[in-house]
Design a protein around this ligand. Structure first.
Ligand SMILES: [Zn+2]
Length: 333
């Protein structure tokens, strides 16, 4: 990301909101933790409880927290926002949502939506990227496994970085290879699921719904939509929606695209709202308008920068720069 640090210093948050007319922001996280989470640590950074707490205080000092119902009203029924507002979202349905995040949000009176992968609820299976992170963790800490992997990839000792990079390029269609590698180094994902329980259970989710939080779909098992065909895309949406309707008795369906909505076609989006009855879908392109009314973009808050005000202000400054070059709208085919 471009460094706006100096410019940033001269713009107040309120001025940026006035200049851009963008009153709505949608921050997005996965989880927070005080401890290293081996299934995530080799993929991306997460924020500590203290950082998360600070993020929320900054957000609440400049924006009003709103629920998904209010957001739905703004997007679908063109309700006008009276004050700068935010709706908080979390992807991947991780356990810390129930144990750490929800209690903090409850205390502060902040609504949120949690997007879950329905195949992973109750720790029934593990996201293939988490499997990769666990293999890398093993590679970093166990010499025997390291030797096995070097042999498997037919590389020299110097190429540890290459092995990690190779593992990180695996997609959902490489799951059999990932499972093979795990077998080779005697890494038991079923045991990890049983002992660590990285995901929320149905019971956890029901309890959160009872407290007024909302739930949406993040697909069945988190494929990159660019890598799967149209029938599989539809199955990922239909079956995860059916699960949510049936298990949690929810009628209003929301969807956040796993990884990214990049290259998803207009025709598919039409199907999503008109046939699959999705009310709103979510991407991760920051503060950006989409030509599709019901598809809205969120700001990833798990960035290198520790100060949330820098993350938000950078997004606003980016929006201004992109507006000048007429690049603040997503083009789709
Ligand atoms: Zn995700």
């Amino acid at each position: 990301m471009m460094n706006f640090k100096i410019v940033n210093h001269f713009f107040s948050q309120n001025l940026l909101i006035k200049l851009t007319g963008q009153k709505l922001i949608l921050p997005f996280y996965h989880t927070i933790s005080e401890q290293r989470l081996p299934h995530i640590s080799n993929l991306y950074q997460i924020r500590s409880t203290k950082q998360f707490d600070r993020d929320l205080d900054y957000l609440c000092s400049h924006f009003k927290p709103i629920s998904i119902k209010e957001l739905d009203d703004i997007v679908c029924n063109n309700k006008i926002l009276d004050k700068p507002s935010f709706h908080l979202t979390f992807d991947d349905g991780l356990k810390e949502i129930y144990t750490e995040i929800a209690p903090i949000l409850e205390r502060k009176g902040i609504p949120a939506t949690f997007f879950i992968n329905t195949d992973f609820v109750d720790n029934k299976s593990l996201f293939y990227r988490y499997k990769v992170s666990l293999i890398i963790e093993r590679l970093n800490t166990n010499n025997e496994s390291k030797k096995e992997l070097i042999k498997y990839f037919n590389l020299s000792e110097i190429s540890i970085g290459t092995i990690k990079n190779r593992l990180l390029t695996f997609g959902i269609n490489d799951t059999p290879i990932i499972d093979n590698i795990a077998n080779l180094i005697e890494l038991d994902f079923a045991e990890y699921l049983r002992i660590q329980q990285p995901y929320m259970s149905k019971r956890d989710i029901n309890e959160l719904l009872g407290k007024g939080f909302s739930i949406g779909s993040h697909s069945l098992n988190h494929p990159c939509f660019k890598e799967i065909d149209i029938n599989e895309k539809k199955r990922q949406i239909n079956e995860s929606f059916q699960f949510i309707e049936k298990e949690f008795n929810l009628k209003d369906l929301y969807f956040s695209f796993p990884f990214s909505d990049e290259s998803v076609e207009i025709k598919f989006m039409d199907w999503l709202y008109n046939t699959a009855n999705c009310r709103l879908s979510f991407g991760i392109s920051g503060i950006k308008s989409d030509y599709i009314k019901f598809h809205i973009h969120r700001i990833p808050f798990e960035q290198e920068s520790t100060r949330v005000q820098d993350i938000i202000k950078n997004e606003y400054l980016y929006f201004i720069v992109k507006s000048i070059f007429n690049k603040n709208r997503i083009k789709r085919q």
